[in-house]
Design a binder for this molecule. Structure first.
Ligand code: SAH
Ligand code: MG
Length: 245
């Protein structure tokens, strides 16, 4: 919780849902501990899409396809979505959901590690939704910014880490410290890089909205954390894991 609980409950109580298919999928996700963007984040995303009207969307972190389908339902029929997922158990579920929703023409799932897939992509995207392992955002950033067109929008989810982000380093459990450090660095870079305009907002689990106003380069990083592989995620328990929101 990043807002007082009563405030979150109130805001979410105003939500009117997203139609039977998506509401059912959300219920499935919650019941099966699959991460899915929260209702207040859902409407924030829908509003951003209505303002920005993207034609090409990239998503990093498909899970079972809820947010990709939500974006498809809230953009024009000629908008195409590319989404990346590396967790084998979730890939067939997401594909099946795209098919059942009749959206397989508009949504392309690229299976594999975003760190490997991002450098192979070429087309510029109007809108990028970053919603994968939080500790990796900083590593994805150089490629994500290369792929984002000028005046394109980058939306990053879960940046306030359930409020952990403002705790002292020492109050954070050992296993979460790397993620904590990297997320602080990520937000710092988004806020301090000339050519990027960023607002960090307390919606959902914290979101950062960034507009790329000029071509920018940010320092590259290498993945070094074994703790973020799907194998470790598996060990942490089925479809749900600590760093998989
Ligand atoms: N956007 C989804 C939720 C995504 S949860 C929704 O709201 O419906 C985050 C997903 O990112 C998980 O399924 C996880 O397996 C995936 N992920 C994490 N790190 C990744 C990486 N390096 N490459 C590809 N997918 C990754
Ligand atoms: Mg998320």
């Amino acid at each position: 919780m990043i807002l007082p609980e009563r405030m979150s409950v109130y805001i979410n109580s105003l939500d009117t849902g997203n139609g039977a298919f998506l509401d059912d999928l959300q219920r499935f996700a919650v019941e099966n501990h699959v991460p899915v963007i929260r209702p207040d984040m859902q409407s924030f995303l829908k509003v951003l899409l209505a303002i920005h009207r993207p034609q090409r969307i990239l998503e990093v972190g498909t899970a079972v396809g809820f947010s990709a389908l939500l974006m498809a339902a809230n953009t024009s029929p000629d908008c195409r979505i590319t989404t990346i997922e590396n967790y084998e158990k979730r890939i067939p579920l997401a594909r099946e959901n795209f098919r059942r929703a009749g959206m397989e023409e508009r949504i392309t799932l690229l299976p594999g590690d975003a760190m490997k897939i991002l450098p192979t992509l070429k087309e510029p995207f109007d809108f990028i939704f970053m919603d994968a392992a939080k500790g990796q955002y900083i590593h994805f950033l150089p490629e994500v910014l290369r792929l984002l067109r000028l005046d394109g929008v980058l939306l990053s989810d879960n940046v306030l880490q359930d409020g952990d982000i403002i705790e002292s380093h020492y109050a954070i459990e050992q296993r979460d410290r790397t993620i904590y450090k990297r997320m602080r660095e990520y937000l710092y870079v988004l806020k301090h890089t000339e050519g990027l305009l960023t607002s960090v907002v307390a919606v959902g689990d914290g979101a950062a909205v960034t507009v790329k106003q000029a071509d920018v380069t940010v320092p590259g990083k290498n993945i070094d954390e074994a703790a973020e592989t799907p194998e470790c995620a598996e060990a942490a328990g089925g479809l749900n894991t600590i760093d998989r929101e």
